[in-house]
Every structure is written in structure tokens, then in C-alpha cells.
Design a binder for this molecule. Structure first.
Ligand code: M6R
Length: 612
């Protein structure tokens, strides 16, 4: 949800801003803009992508060593030039980029208008920058920093901001509440960004800001304090991300690269968590809270989108193997519906980014109600990772494609480890079965690799269905969430309407959709539900639906019933969700590419949803 970049140092700022915005474009791509202070202030911005901005400035003087930039995912005000960031205050004293939502912007704007302020855009951000100028103009005792803090103390909502005061030329001020901000510490230079990815070409030393932090930065150093002017301490964290991780390499899209990374990612996620004799699972981040998990009245798993689908897989796994009651909730519902929570509940929040606003708010609510709150997160240093009492990191590396792929399989890998460990410690599983299922997980990367090798077949099948307008995805048991995730992948990147359904529910409504035009993707790998799903395939076939089935290798029973098959290697059902999603990810990818869609940056979406 909007990307922010900033720099102060000795180097020419323009390439740093542009390359940074390119890296952050996955967060929003409705408009892009930069502001550079070099004696005077220059602001360039336009609707569209960073490449449009580059065209826009090609004949301009863009020299300078201090600047800020923004790539927008529109909330308030349509995507156009006027609403693009940076926003300048009415008298040009401040320029600001913002990620988040100022919820009380209407009241603030009314008051400012009574004080003579006039506005150019429909954004909440322009209200904030003028509010800063309003306080600044109150008297000489108020400098830029104080004006920013005074303005922020009046704001309700979420913000990550970078601000330049044009009267205080060698300074950049940043602040956060609810929206992520990272400061990269270089030699006599500082980098600001919404995440670490645009900074790592320059430095690995990062300061992750906390809510309510304000940092006043110049070339000599930085001062950290709170909005209330209380000095704050900061820690410099060394990140391990590499430049290779943030580049596409030989792949056409990040999404394809990330799909193909999955054998390695899954292995990274379980490696170090299984003892070398394959006899025990160790989840270091849960060590202290494990007794609470084992004695929990219930576990509630929360998340959004793909992370919510992983949570559903977790529910099936934990209930089946560990026999602990599990509920799964959309974070966006959970946070508002006043759920009954006690200190015997354990809430597990799943989030790739660790910044999803609804998930974060749900965590805070659950904590306030006495629940133990844990996290399964991908981004180290993210807000959710920091605000949970324990948890497990997925080791998926940075995920840039807006459609989540490797993050999902890494999340399910963690949930499988967790379910097995709970089952063992809860005495619901023998050591023999435990070791046997650990081995199943260890075998997964090679099996995923073998599915990926069949990508050309999946591409060929996808080309047959590229003109479809709707699709139905069916699954049962552990493969029901896979059907949901498969449908989400198709929707978000190819703009085809796709619905995921529990196959047993089909006869209660969706079967009405089935005709000879409808592709029906059935996840029918061999498991305990196999005979039931075969009956569902017959029901679709009887109504002339086009069936694309994910089946276990060597299962020839379905050949005559289905139009197309994607085979996955034979495995224990515990790992089939990880295997079965792979062909569906590729299927969506190839359909989207053949429809000419922007796979990595689908319309209206953003990678990290930091607004509710
Ligand atoms: O970062 P999170 O896992 O919290 O994000 C949750 C969803 O926004 C995310 O999974 C979204 O649904 C993806 N676009 C799915 O591909």
C-alpha cells in the first residue's frame, strides 16, 4: 500500500529514488513522484508507473543530494497527477510522502480551510502536510520537527511519512504509526524506505522504526524520539537479504521466479528445525510458549487472503493430528466482531509481509483480551513479528510478485511442522509415525521440483482455457483450502472470475453454473476423501463441465472422466496441499500471461495491505 523512499547523503539522489521506487512498485502503481531539494524544491509526479515518471522528468534538472519519492496505491482520491505524491503545503514550506490513511482528514481539512488553507488534491495526505505548515507558521519557536510532531499528535489513523522542510535544508524527517518504515544507515548517508529491499544495494544496516517514532536525520547522524518528544533508542539490525533475491534473473516475472524457488524455500523453512537424525522437530521461537499451545482450550488462526488459506490448512492439520480444537478467522472480521477470548486461547497470526493492517489490529485486540498471540511471518523485523509473543519465521525470502506463491507453501510447511510437533508432544502420535511424517516433509522439495519440470504441459493446458470467463475450483478436506487458493491465484492475476468451493457443497448451488463452457478444476489427489471427490467429478461430467484435475501420479481411474490432468507425486496426505498448489499456481500464471495481464502487478492490488 504505497511505497516510500528517501535519501540524504553525498550522492546524486535521483537514481537512488528511481531505483528505489522500481523496487517498491509492487506496493502500488497508481502514480509515482519525487521531490528533490537542491537550493530550491523541485517536485515531479504523474499518474502511472515509475517508467512514466522517468519519461516525465527526462528533460528536467534533477540534481540534488536530498529527496523523497512515492509510488501510490490510491485510497483517497482517484489515481491522477494531482493526487500523486509528494504533496506540498500551500506555501511550499513542506513536502511530504505518506503511506497510510489519515482517518480524521475531513475534520482537519475543515479547520484548516477556516484558517485560510486551500487544497489542490482530494487526498488525506495534503491535509497532513498543510497541518504541519499550520503549526510551523504559529511562531519562530516552532521548527519543522516540532511542527511535524504537533501535527501528528492531532492525527487519527495510520502513517509512514517522510518530510522535507524547505527552510531546513539539510534534514529529512520521518515518522511512523501503523505503516512500516525502515532507515538504512550508510556512511554519511541515510536511506528511507517502506521495506529494506530498495536499501540493500547500499547498506545492510537497518533501523526498523516503531509506532510513534519520529527520526530527525541529517548527514551527520540521526535523533530518534517519540511524537511526544521523549528520546527513543534505536537498534541497528543487519539484514541478510541479497541483491539476487530482489531481481528477476532469467525469469520473465517475479511470480514465475518465486514459483520455481519453492523447492529451495520449503527446504529452507524446515532445515534447522528437524534434527539431523530426522527424529524431532525443534521450533525455537515457540519453545517458551509451547506448554500454552499444548494446554490451549483452542487455537485461533487468523490471516487474510492467501495467509487465511494457509490457516485453513493449519486447522485441518492440527485438529487431525494433534486433536486440539482450532478455529480460523479472517483477521478483518475477527478484529471487529468482539469475539469471546480468554487467557486459555492461543491466537496464531499468519502473514507474509507482517504488516497487514487487519491482522495487526486483530493481534492487538487479542492481546488486550488476554490471549497468547503468536506469529507465522515471513518478514523479519516486521511489525507483526515484533508484536507477537513468539512464533516461527517462514524462510521464503522476499516475495515481490503480488500474488503469493512461495509464501503460501512456506506457511503450510511451518504449519505442518507445528501440527506434527503438537501431535507428538500431545501424545496423539507414535514416534514411528512422527518420524515417518517428518520424512514425508523432507521428501517434498524433490517432489515439488518434479512437478515444476512439467511446466510446459501445464502451459499447454492453460492455453486451452485462456478465453474462459469463469472457473470453479473444488477440493475436499486438506485440499479444499488448496482449491480456494487456486481460485484466488486465477482471479487476482488473470481477472477471470474463479470460485473455490468445498466439493461437497457444489450440489447446494454452484452446480447450477456447470455447462460445457465452464472449466472446473478439481483437486483430486489420493487421500481419505478420494472416493467422494470422484463422485463430484462424475456430477460435473454429467453436466458436461470441462474438468481439469490434479491427481496422484499413476491414478488412471480418472482419465476417461476429465479433460486435462496435472499429476503430482504419490505422497502421504499431510503434504499434498504443498504439492497440489504448485500446478495451480503455474496454471494461473500461464493463463494470465496468455491473456496479456501484468502478472507481477495486477490491477487494483498491492502486495502489502497496510490500510484496512
Ligand atoms: O502479507 P500478508 O500475508 O498478511 O497478506 C495477506 C494478503 O493480503 C495476501 O495474501 C493477498 O491475498 C495476496 N495477494 C494473495 O496472493
Amino acid at each position: 500500500m504505497c511505497g516510500i523512499i528517501g535519501y540524504i547523503g553525498q550522492e546524486n539522489v535521483y537514481p537512488i529514488l528511481i531505483q528505489g521506487l522500481q523496487r517498491l512498485e509492487y506496493r502500488g502503481y497508481d502514480s509515482a513522484g519525487i521531490a528533490i531539494l537542491n537550493g530550491s524544491l523541485k517536485v515531479f509526479k504523474c499518474k502511472g508507473r515509475v517508467s512514466d515518471l522517468e519519461q516525465h522528468v527526462k528533460d528536467e534538472d534533477i540534481s540534488g543530494t536530498i529527496g523523497i519519492g512515492h509510488t501510490r496505491w490510491a485510497t483517497h482520491g482517484e489515481p491522477n497527477d494531482r493526487n500523486a505524491h509528494p504533496h506540498t503545503s500551500m506555501n511550499g514550506k513542506f513536502v511530504l510522502v505518506h503511506n497510510g490513511i489519515i482517518e480524521n482528514h475531513t475534520e482537519l481539512k475543515t479547520d484548516l480551510m477556516k484558517n485560510g488553507f486551500r487544497f489542490q488534491s482530494e487526498t488525506d495526505t495534503e491535509v497532513l502536510v498543510n497541518l504541519i505548515e499550520y503549526f510551523y507558521s504559529k511562531g519562530e519557536a516552532i521548527d519543522g520537527e516540532m511542527a511535524i510532531r504537533l501535527a501528528l499528535s492531532k492525527v487519527v489513523g495510520a502513517y509512514g511519512i517522510a518530510v522535507i522542510c524547505t527552510k531546513e535544508k539539510d534534514q529529512l524527517i520521518v515518522a511512523r504509526k501503523g505503516s512500516p518504515l525502515v532507515i538504512g544507515v550508510g556512511e554519511g548517508s541515510y536511506f528511507i524506505a517502506s521495506d529494506a529491499s530498495p536499501i540493500i544495494p547500499y547498506t545492510r544496516n537497518m533501523i526498523y522504526l516503531n509506532d510513534n517514532d519520529v527520526a530527525i536525520i541529517n548527514r551527520q547522524g540521526l535523533i530518534l524520539k517519540t511524537v511526544e518528544n521523549i528520546p527513543a533508542v534505536f537498534n541497528i539490525t543487519k539484514v541478510s537479504m541479497t541483491i539476487g533475491e530482489i531481481e528477476k534473473g532469467d525469469f520473465d516475472h517475479f511470480m514465475l521466479k518465486e514459483i520455481f524457488e519453492q523447492p529451495k524455500i520449503i527446504e529452507e523453512t524446515f532445515r534447522g528445525r528437524i534434527t539431523s537424525d530426522h527424529s524431532t522437530i525443534i521450533l525455537g521461537g515457540l519453545m517458551d510458549v509451547f506448554p500454552k499451545l499444548l494446554s490451549a482450550q483452542r487455537i485461533i488462526i487468523i490471516g487474510c487472503g492467501t495467509s487465511w488459506h494457509a490457516a485453513l490448512v493449519g486447522e485441518y492439520l492440527i485438529e487431525t493430528y494433534a486433536r486440539i480444537p482450532v478455529e480460523v478467522e479472517y483477521a478483518s472480521e475477527f478484529r471487529y466482531r468482539n469475539p469471546i477470548l480468554t487467557n486459555t486461547d492461543v491466537v496464531i497470526a499468519i502473514s507474509q509481509s507482517g504488516e497487514t493492517a487487519d491482522t495487526l489490529a486483530a493481534i492487538r485486540m487479542a492481546k488486550a483480551n488476554g490471549a497468547t498471540v503468536l506469529g507465522i511471518c515471513n518478514v523479519v523485523g516486521s511489525t507483526i513479528a515484533r508484536e507477537t509473543e513468539g512464533g516461527v519465521f517462514t524462510h521464503a525470502g522476499i516475495e515481490i510478485g503480488v500474488a503469493s506463491t512461495k509464501a503460501f507453501t512456506a506457511q503450510v510447511t511451518v504449519l505442518t511442522l507445528l501440527a506434527l510437533k503438537l501431535a507428538k508432544e500431545n501424545e496423539k502420535m507414535t514416534q514411528e509415525t512422527y518420524q515417518c511424517l517428518i520424512q514425508e516433509l523432507i521428501n517434498v522439495p524433490a517432489k515439488v521440483q518434479s512437478i515444476l519440470q512439467k511446466h510446459l504441459h501445464i502451459k499447454e493446458v492453460a492455453s486451452k482455457y485462456k478465453k474462459a470467463t469463469n472457473a470453479l475450483y473444488l477440493g475436499r478436506g486438506l485440499l479444499f483450502p488448496v482449491a480456494l487458493e487456486g481460485a484466488l491465484k486465477l482471479k487476482e492475476i488473470s481477472y477471470l472470475h474463479a470460485e473455490g468451493y468445498a466439493a461437497g457443497e457444489m450440489k447446494h448451488g454452484p452446480i447450477a453454473l456447470v455447462d460445457d463452457n465452464l472449466p472446473v478444476v478439481v483437486v483430486a489427489a489420493r487421500d481419505d476423501y478420494y472416493t467422494k471427490i470422484v463422485s463430484n467429478i462424475h456430477e460435473v461430467k454429467a453436466r458436461k463441465g470441462n474438468i481439469i484435475a490434479v491427481v496422484t501420479e499413476g491414478d488412471n481411474n480418472l482419465n476417461s472422466l476429465v479433460n486435462d490432468l496435472f499429476e503430482i507425486p504419490e505422497s502421504h496426505p499431510i503434504v499434498t496441499p504443498i504439492l497440489a498448489i504448485i500446478p495451480l499456481q503455474l496454471f494461473s500464471y500461464y493463463i494470465a500471461v496468455s491473456r496479456g495481464c501484468n502478472v507481477d502487478q495486477p490491477r487494483n492490488l498491492a502486495k502489502s495491505v497496510t490500510v484496512e
